[in-house]
Design a protein around this ligand. Structure first.
Ligand code: GDP
Ligand code: MG
Length: 172
């Protein structure tokens, strides 16, 4: 494929087990692993997409599980144009953690970064503890946008990356 006209760095953030790796694997490979402990993947994934007549290269950074040891910081998200901050809709703590990440990103990068707040595992609707109203209102209040996804059922994942890329193009 020819050289992308634009390229963006996108980071995945959020507590362990919320589904970050599952979301990126669904997007890049269209696969899903229904196991609690997944193989750790190395650093980042790349994908080129055509959007609005432009070739765009995305470099998507996934963690190698460092979030479990509170060992993710500016070195990971520095230089990124987009952030995908994920929580699990059945886990209130993961939502609090996601909001903390958004605060940190805003404090460190200001308005230079396009923020996405993701409620993942939407297939587990019956166990939902965070309402859509709450999370959408919070996202809007901090200049982020909320998306619901299910990496398991392939819901909302493609739309998330497409919309994020459009928002980054608008900003660049
Ligand atoms: P990470 O630690 O944030 O990267 O999370 P993983 O992608 O490793 O996923 C953690 C666990 O959640 C795994 O057992 C996945 O199979 C599961 N999982 C991920 N996404 C979904 C989803 O959309 N729905 C359901 N039900 N489980 C999911
Ligand atoms: Mg992971």
């Amino acid at each position: 494929m020819s050289e992308a006209e634009k390229s963006f760095k996108v980071v995945l953030l959020g507590e362990g087990c919320v589904g970050k790796t599952s979301i990126v694997l669904r997007y890049i490979q269209n696969t899903f692993v229904d196991k609690h402990v997944m193989t750790q993947h190395a650093g980042f994934f790349q994908k080129n997409i055509n959007i609005a007549g432009k070739r765009v290269g995305l470099t998507i950074w996934d963690t190698a599980g460092q979030e479990r040891f509170h060992a993710l910081g500016p070195i990971y998200y520095r230089g990124s144009q987009g952030a995908i901050v994920v929580y699990d809709i059945t886990d209130a703590d993961s939502y609090t953690k996601a909001k903390n990440w958004i605060k940190e990103l805003k404090a460190m990068l200001g308005n230079d970064i396009v923020l996405c707040l993701i409620g993942n595992k939407c297939d587990l609707e019956k166990s939902r503890v965070i309402t859509l109203e709450e999370s959408e209102a919070y996202a809007a209040s901090v200049g982020a946008k909320h998306y619901g996804t299910s990496a398991k059922l392939n819901k909302g994942v493609e739309e998330l990356f497409l919309d994020l890329t459009k928002r980054m193009l608008t900003k660049s």
